[in-house]
Design a protein around this ligand. Structure first.
Ligand SMILES: N[C@@H](CCC(=O)N[C@@H](CS)C(=O)NCC(=O)O)C(=O)O
Length: 206
Protein backbone atom coordinates (compact mmCIF):
# COMPACT_ATOMS: atom_id res chain seq x y z
CA UNK A 1 0.00 0.00 0.00
CA UNK A 2 1.02 3.62 -0.51
CA UNK A 3 -0.08 6.60 1.58
CA UNK A 4 0.04 9.97 -0.17
CA UNK A 5 0.57 12.69 2.41
CA UNK A 6 1.63 16.31 2.96
CA UNK A 7 3.93 17.13 5.87
CA UNK A 8 2.00 18.07 9.04
CA UNK A 9 -1.33 18.10 7.16
CA UNK A 10 -4.36 16.00 8.15
CA UNK A 11 -2.63 13.00 6.55
CA UNK A 12 -0.30 12.94 9.58
CA UNK A 13 -3.06 11.01 11.40
CA UNK A 14 -2.88 8.27 8.75
CA UNK A 15 0.93 8.26 8.91
CA UNK A 16 0.76 7.81 12.70
CA UNK A 17 -1.74 4.98 12.22
CA UNK A 18 0.51 3.20 9.70
CA UNK A 19 3.35 3.21 12.25
CA UNK A 20 1.12 2.38 15.19
CA UNK A 21 -0.25 -0.65 13.34
CA UNK A 22 3.14 -1.67 11.91
CA UNK A 23 1.73 -1.90 8.40
CA UNK A 24 3.82 -2.25 5.24
CA UNK A 25 2.79 1.10 3.74
CA UNK A 26 5.09 3.39 1.77
CA UNK A 27 4.53 7.02 2.75
CA UNK A 28 4.92 9.33 -0.25
CA UNK A 29 4.86 13.10 0.05
CA UNK A 30 2.89 15.25 -2.37
CA UNK A 31 3.92 18.79 -3.26
CA UNK A 32 2.11 21.24 -5.53
CA UNK A 33 -0.13 18.35 -6.69
CA UNK A 34 2.88 16.31 -7.81
CA UNK A 35 3.97 13.03 -6.31
CA UNK A 36 7.56 12.45 -5.20
CA UNK A 37 8.41 11.02 -8.65
CA UNK A 38 6.90 14.01 -10.48
CA UNK A 39 3.61 12.25 -11.27
CA UNK A 40 0.26 14.04 -11.43
CA UNK A 41 -1.41 13.65 -8.02
CA UNK A 42 -4.83 14.38 -9.58
CA UNK A 43 -4.48 11.06 -11.40
CA UNK A 44 -4.48 9.39 -7.97
CA UNK A 45 -6.84 11.64 -6.02
CA UNK A 46 -9.33 13.41 -8.26
CA UNK A 47 -9.85 16.21 -5.72
CA UNK A 48 -6.10 16.66 -5.16
CA UNK A 49 -6.49 16.13 -1.41
CA UNK A 50 -4.36 14.12 0.95
CA UNK A 51 -4.62 11.62 2.49
CA UNK A 52 -5.00 9.16 -0.36
CA UNK A 53 -4.36 5.51 0.27
CA UNK A 54 -3.58 3.32 -2.74
CA UNK A 55 -4.30 -0.31 -1.95
CA UNK A 56 -2.26 -3.15 -3.44
CA UNK A 57 -5.01 -3.79 -6.02
CA UNK A 58 -4.97 -0.12 -7.12
CA UNK A 59 -8.16 0.92 -5.30
CA UNK A 60 -7.98 4.43 -3.81
CA UNK A 61 -9.45 5.66 -0.54
CA UNK A 62 -9.43 9.45 -0.34
CA UNK A 63 -11.16 10.59 2.86
CA UNK A 64 -9.24 10.67 6.12
CA UNK A 65 -11.99 8.90 8.06
CA UNK A 66 -12.12 5.94 5.70
CA UNK A 67 -8.32 5.78 5.30
CA UNK A 68 -7.89 5.73 9.09
CA UNK A 69 -10.49 3.02 9.60
CA UNK A 70 -9.21 0.91 6.71
CA UNK A 71 -5.69 0.98 8.14
CA UNK A 72 -6.92 0.23 11.66
CA UNK A 73 -9.01 -2.69 10.42
CA UNK A 74 -5.94 -4.32 8.87
CA UNK A 75 -4.75 -4.87 12.48
CA UNK A 76 -7.88 -5.43 14.61
CA UNK A 77 -5.71 -6.62 17.49
CA UNK A 78 -4.15 -3.13 17.70
CA UNK A 79 -7.36 -1.66 19.14
CA UNK A 80 -6.93 1.35 16.83
CA UNK A 81 -10.62 1.00 15.94
CA UNK A 82 -13.22 -0.91 17.97
CA UNK A 83 -14.89 -3.91 16.31
CA UNK A 84 -17.61 -3.26 13.73
CA UNK A 85 -21.13 -3.50 15.13
CA UNK A 86 -20.19 -2.35 18.62
CA UNK A 87 -21.38 0.94 20.10
CA UNK A 88 -17.72 1.85 20.55
CA UNK A 89 -17.26 1.72 16.75
CA UNK A 90 -20.12 4.16 16.28
CA UNK A 91 -18.57 6.43 18.91
CA UNK A 92 -15.34 6.34 16.90
CA UNK A 93 -17.18 7.23 13.67
CA UNK A 94 -19.06 9.97 15.53
CA UNK A 95 -15.76 11.41 16.76
CA UNK A 96 -13.98 11.18 13.39
CA UNK A 97 -16.90 12.96 11.71
CA UNK A 98 -16.85 15.69 14.36
CA UNK A 99 -13.10 16.24 13.91
CA UNK A 100 -13.29 16.17 10.10
CA UNK A 101 -16.27 18.50 9.70
CA UNK A 102 -16.42 20.82 12.70
CA UNK A 103 -12.73 21.17 13.51
CA UNK A 104 -10.76 20.43 10.35
CA UNK A 105 -13.03 21.95 7.69
CA UNK A 106 -15.24 24.50 9.44
CA UNK A 107 -12.52 25.91 11.66
CA UNK A 108 -9.12 25.45 10.04
CA UNK A 109 -10.01 25.53 6.34
CA UNK A 110 -10.82 29.29 6.31
CA UNK A 111 -7.91 30.09 8.61
CA UNK A 112 -5.35 28.30 6.40
CA UNK A 113 -6.84 29.07 2.99
CA UNK A 114 -5.17 32.08 1.30
CA UNK A 115 -8.36 32.51 -0.77
CA UNK A 116 -10.73 32.77 2.21
CA UNK A 117 -12.21 36.25 2.75
CA UNK A 118 -11.13 38.15 5.88
CA UNK A 119 -14.58 37.91 7.49
CA UNK A 120 -14.60 34.11 7.03
CA UNK A 121 -11.16 33.93 8.65
CA UNK A 122 -12.30 36.11 11.56
CA UNK A 123 -15.44 34.00 12.07
CA UNK A 124 -13.36 30.81 12.11
CA UNK A 125 -10.83 32.31 14.55
CA UNK A 126 -13.69 33.17 16.90
CA UNK A 127 -14.45 29.45 17.04
CA UNK A 128 -10.98 28.38 18.22
CA UNK A 129 -11.56 28.79 21.95
CA UNK A 130 -15.16 27.45 22.07
CA UNK A 131 -13.95 24.43 20.11
CA UNK A 132 -11.23 23.74 22.67
CA UNK A 133 -13.80 24.19 25.47
CA UNK A 134 -15.97 21.56 23.80
CA UNK A 135 -13.05 19.15 23.17
CA UNK A 136 -12.03 19.52 26.83
CA UNK A 137 -15.57 18.54 27.87
CA UNK A 138 -15.56 15.62 25.47
CA UNK A 139 -12.17 14.42 26.69
CA UNK A 140 -13.04 14.79 30.38
CA UNK A 141 -10.12 13.67 32.54
CA UNK A 142 -9.25 10.81 30.19
CA UNK A 143 -6.21 10.22 28.03
CA UNK A 144 -8.18 8.92 25.03
CA UNK A 145 -11.10 10.23 23.02
CA UNK A 146 -12.87 6.90 22.53
CA UNK A 147 -12.72 4.07 25.06
CA UNK A 148 -9.65 3.47 27.19
CA UNK A 149 -6.92 3.05 24.59
CA UNK A 150 -5.28 4.93 21.72
CA UNK A 151 -7.45 4.90 18.59
CA UNK A 152 -7.35 6.58 15.19
CA UNK A 153 -9.47 9.37 16.73
CA UNK A 154 -6.50 10.22 18.96
CA UNK A 155 -4.16 10.18 15.95
CA UNK A 156 -6.49 12.71 14.30
CA UNK A 157 -6.93 14.90 17.38
CA UNK A 158 -3.16 15.09 18.02
CA UNK A 159 -2.77 16.22 14.40
CA UNK A 160 -5.40 18.95 14.82
CA UNK A 161 -4.00 20.08 18.18
CA UNK A 162 -0.70 20.75 16.42
CA UNK A 163 -2.59 23.17 14.19
CA UNK A 164 -4.00 25.09 17.17
CA UNK A 165 -0.34 25.70 18.05
CA UNK A 166 0.46 26.79 14.49
CA UNK A 167 -2.22 29.52 14.72
CA UNK A 168 -0.95 30.77 18.07
CA UNK A 169 -3.50 29.16 20.38
CA UNK A 170 -1.80 28.28 23.68
CA UNK A 171 -3.17 24.91 24.76
CA UNK A 172 -1.93 25.51 28.33
CA UNK A 173 -5.19 27.39 28.90
CA UNK A 174 -6.91 23.96 28.67
CA UNK A 175 -4.82 21.87 31.10
CA UNK A 176 -6.45 18.52 30.27
CA UNK A 177 -5.98 19.07 26.53
CA UNK A 178 -2.41 20.27 27.05
CA UNK A 179 -1.60 17.17 29.14
CA UNK A 180 -3.28 14.93 26.53
CA UNK A 181 -1.32 16.53 23.68
CA UNK A 182 2.03 16.36 25.48
CA UNK A 183 1.44 12.72 26.46
CA UNK A 184 0.64 11.64 22.91
CA UNK A 185 3.48 13.67 21.37
CA UNK A 186 5.78 11.32 23.30
CA UNK A 187 4.11 8.24 21.86
CA UNK A 188 6.69 6.52 19.58
CA UNK A 189 4.44 6.39 16.48
CA UNK A 190 3.54 10.08 16.86
CA UNK A 191 7.12 11.17 17.52
CA UNK A 192 8.42 9.16 14.56
CA UNK A 193 5.78 10.34 12.07
CA UNK A 194 6.16 13.97 13.16
CA UNK A 195 9.95 13.71 13.05
CA UNK A 196 9.83 12.56 9.41
CA UNK A 197 7.24 15.19 8.47
CA UNK A 198 9.01 18.09 10.19
CA UNK A 199 12.22 17.09 8.38
CA UNK A 200 10.33 17.19 5.08
CA UNK A 201 8.99 20.65 5.93
CA UNK A 202 12.49 21.86 6.80
CA UNK A 203 13.84 20.39 3.57
CA UNK A 204 11.19 22.31 1.61
CA UNK A 205 11.82 25.57 3.45
CA UNK A 206 15.60 25.38 2.90
N1 LIG B 1 -12.47 15.67 3.19
C1 LIG B 1 -11.07 15.38 3.22
C2 LIG B 1 -10.31 16.69 3.28
C3 LIG B 1 -8.82 16.47 3.19
C4 LIG B 1 -8.07 17.79 3.16
O1 LIG B 1 -8.64 18.88 3.37
N2 LIG B 1 -6.78 17.69 2.91
C5 LIG B 1 -5.94 18.88 2.82
C6 LIG B 1 -4.71 18.77 3.71
S1 LIG B 1 -5.15 18.81 5.43
C7 LIG B 1 -5.45 19.02 1.39
O2 LIG B 1 -5.05 18.06 0.78
N3 LIG B 1 -5.48 20.25 0.89
C8 LIG B 1 -4.95 20.52 -0.40
C9 LIG B 1 -5.72 21.59 -1.09
O3 LIG B 1 -6.57 22.23 -0.46
O4 LIG B 1 -5.47 21.78 -2.27
C10 LIG B 1 -10.72 14.50 4.43
O5 LIG B 1 -11.42 14.62 5.46
O6 LIG B 1 -9.79 13.70 4.34
Amino acid sequence: MELFASPMACSLASHITVLEAGLPVRVRFVRDKKTDDGGDFFAIAANGYVPALRLDDGEILNEGSSVLQYLADRRPESGLAPAWGTIARYRLIDTLNYLATEVHKKLFQPIFSPAAPADAKAAAKALLEPTLDYIARRLGSGSYLVGDGFTVADAYLVTLLNWFGFVGCDLKKWPTIHAYHQKHLRRPSVAQAMGVEMEERKRRAA
